[in-house]
Design a protein around this ligand. Structure first.
Ligand code: MG
Length: 326
């Protein structure tokens, strides 16, 4: 019996020392997130900064909808060590959720549910540059998502990807956001809501000068493309942060703002230092094999993940390294 007990102890020791057996997922570790001051904090009140990928437009027939798979999410969770992912629900142009509700919803839900099963946070983004024109559709969509997933700690709502430069923060974007927040809060009282900002989610200074009042767990989107946006945009963001605005980089690229062009590793590293210094979370654009430099994947990469080095572009390799080491 003594020997049996010894064997049991040894086996138990091996199991406990193997961190993979008891490794916590990001959601197990951090639990329900909330906003405290200008930061995302976790269940223990610790400042929480997450890194992950953004999926491409979910639009039917655009080609990148094929990556909305459970296998892709598992690869980001296990191999890339992502803490968060972003579902870019196409809400304008051909094949969008306004035209093919079933297809886009099915893809979004596949990825959301895979994220929940893998213990990742997941941003559900209304990927539009004209969301105020489709307010009813956006309200119906987020009501559906909140009813289905608002009880989980995983979900974050991004209610307006990128308002245009001509879409005024004070007169259009903020009132839209206030209506959407009211809609979501009627179902889900607590999960984080991300508000897009004027000029393709760059004018966080305008939001800092006139933020949404009387609501909790709201934060604001800052998007950048490293080869285009540099010190000037960081200064604008720092101004907003210094005024106490909670910010998330819900989309960034290592290339120019078009999603194509020059791959700028030096500027990307400057931006990651900025994110680290300010405790910001960030999501890299994008999960795609389209022939443009922001794509993480080379043409023909598997829809179901398990990619190897040879499947990754420069952008994809940088993105994976950042996530694994964040
Ligand atoms: Mg909730």
């Amino acid at each position: 019996m003594k020997i049996l007990r010894l064997v049991i102890l040894i086996v138990l020791g091996v199991i406990l020392s193997d961190s993979s057996v008891f490794a916590q997922t990001p959601v197990q570790k951090h639990g329900h997130l909330r906003i405290a001051g200008k930061h995302i904090v976790d269940k223990n009140g610790a400042i929480t900064s997450l890194a992950g990928p953004s999926f491409f437009w979910s639009n039917t027939g655009w080609g990148q909808d094929r990556f909305y798979t459970r296998g892709a999410v598992e690869t980001f969770a296990q191999d890339w060590k992502a803490g968060i992912i972003r579902v870019a629900v196409g809400a304008e142009n051909d094949g969008s959720i306004l035209k093919d509700r079933r297809g886009n919803l099915r893809r979004a839900q596949t990825v959301i549910e895979a994220a929940i099963d893998n213990g990742l946070y997941v941003i559900v983004d209304w990927h539009s540059h004209r969301a105020e024109q489709d307010l009813g559709e956006a309200q119906a969509f987020f009501t559906h998502i909140a009813k289905r997933y608002g009880h989980t700690p995983n979900i974050m709502y991004e209610i307006y990807n990128e308002p245009l430069d001509t879409t005024d923060w004070n007169r259009v974007v903020k009132p839209y956001a206030e209506r959407m927040i009211k809609t979501i809060r009627a179902v889900d009282p607590d999960n984080l809501i991300i508000v897009g900002t004027q000029t393709w989610s760059q004018d966080v200074d305008k939001a800092a000068d006139n933020p949404i009042r009387g609501q909790s767990n709201i934060l604001y989107a800052l998007h950048f493309y490293a080869a285009t946006h540099k010190e000037e945009l960081r200064e604008r963001a720092q101004y907003a942060i210094n005024k106490g605005l909670p910010i998330i980089i819900s989309e960034w690229g290592s290339v120019t703002y078009s999603g194509d062009g020059y791959f700028d590793i030096d500027s990307s590293i400057e931006w990651m230092k900025f994110a680290k210094r300010n405790g910001l979370s960030h999501l890299n654009w994008s999960v795609s094999d389209k022939n443009e430099s922001a794509s993480m994947l080379r043409p023909g990469a598997s829809s179901n993940g398990r990619w190897t080095e040879k499947d990754l572009t420069l952008s994809g390799r940088l993105s994976r390294e950042i996530m694994r080491n964040w």
